[in-house]
Ligand binder design. Structure first.
Ligand SMILES: Cc1ncc(COP(=O)(O)O)c(C=O)c1O
Length: 301
């Protein structure tokens, strides 16, 4: 199938936050002001895609919507199998089971649950800087404190982690929770296996649980390959809460629906309990079918 990534669709009037909120003075979003007369809106302030998604997504949604009952439902095996197949085929993951996968309304929702499950208010969490603003907001909203380990540009202008700095900050502040963004937003680094091994060794030495935000792992350019943090070692597999979503890759943020992969049952039970407490972390039946549509062979290309 041929995909069109170059036609600019007109999203105006189609409830797109990225477009319709510009200059709209909405109270719930920090939207840019309208451009001056003669200038066009460039919707780059929201991490949305500006191309139509893979046709199997609307197909699956429409197929389900045609059955006119939308009562309480259960996530199907097809949903879990789609995720398992996706990670097997794209990331070389083996042994992933339904049990290890947990629905999350959003990646940041999972980050928030994990922060609340594994730290106390006022406690520090290690992150790299520059930092994706969503992490900053979650830490502020949960009353936790960001301990920033600056990424450093090497002689070739490539952003690198500073393992000694990470180690020192973890030890000095008695930190036992870190957020790793892989690939990194905003630096765009796709961490290599060697880099992830070194980072995970620092986390192991400091008995630090790792939230690995891998939301961008499906959108890689120039032959880069995503290495799941959990694939680094048996220890990394146990100490990592990995978070994924089809929302960036397939422009599904408006339907809501992410998921975690957590192999360790202690970590998993604590997160599930934490996220259950709000009674808000629940999937939407059309969002389930959207993920199934996204993770079809057509979406794998
Ligand atoms: C690194 C990263 N994590 C999480 C999110 C937000 O994910 P969600 O909408 O699923 O909470 C974004 C959005 O841009 C992001 O860049």
């Amino acid at each position: 199938m041929k995909y069109d990534f170059t036609t600019m669709p007109d999203r105006s009037g189609k409830d797109a936050l990225a477009v319709d909120a510009i200059g709209a003075n909405v109270s719930w979003a920090i939207a840019p002001t309208a451009p001056k007369a003669g200038f066009s809106k460039i919707p780059m302030w929201v991490a949305d895609m500006n191309f139509g998604t893979v046709p199997t997504i609307p197909q699956k949604i429409i197929q389900r919507a045609e059955h006119p009952l939308y009562g309480y439902y259960i996530p199907t095996d097809e949903y879990y199998d789609s995720i398992i197949r996706w990670h097997e085929q794209r990331n070389g993951v083996s042994g992933l089971c339904k049990r290890d996968i947990g629905y999350e309304n959003g990646v940041l929702g999972c980050v928030s649950s994990a922060i609340q499950a594994f730290t106390a208010p006022g406690e520090k969490v290690l992150l790299h800087s520059p930092t994706y603003i969503g992490f900053t907001h979650v830490l502020e909203d949960t009353g936790r404190v960001a301990e920033l380990s600056p990424l450093k540009k090497d002689d070739n202008g490539i952003w690198r982690m500073d393992y000694e700095d990470m180690d020192r900050r973890l030890r000095k502040n008695h930190i036992h929770l870190a957020i790793l963004c892989s690939p990194h937003n905003p630096c765009g680094r796709v961490w290599t296996r060697d880099e992830l091994e070194q980072a995970m060794e620092v986390f192991r030495r400091n008995d630090c649980i790792v939230i690995s935000d891998e939301i961008w792992s499906d959108i890689l350019l120039n032959g880069h390959k995503h290495i799941p943090t959990q694939s680094i070692s048996d220890d990394a597999k146990k100490r990592t809460i990995a978070v994924y979503a089809p929302s960036k890759t397939f422009n599904l943020a408006g339907l809501i629906g992410s998921y975690h992969i957590v192999y360790d049952c202690y970590l998993r039970d604590r997160i599930m309990r934490q996220s259950a407490m709000s009674h808000y972390n629940a999937m939407n039946v059309l969002s389930m079918h959207a993920l199934i549509g996204a993770y079809q062979p057509e979406g794998h290309r």
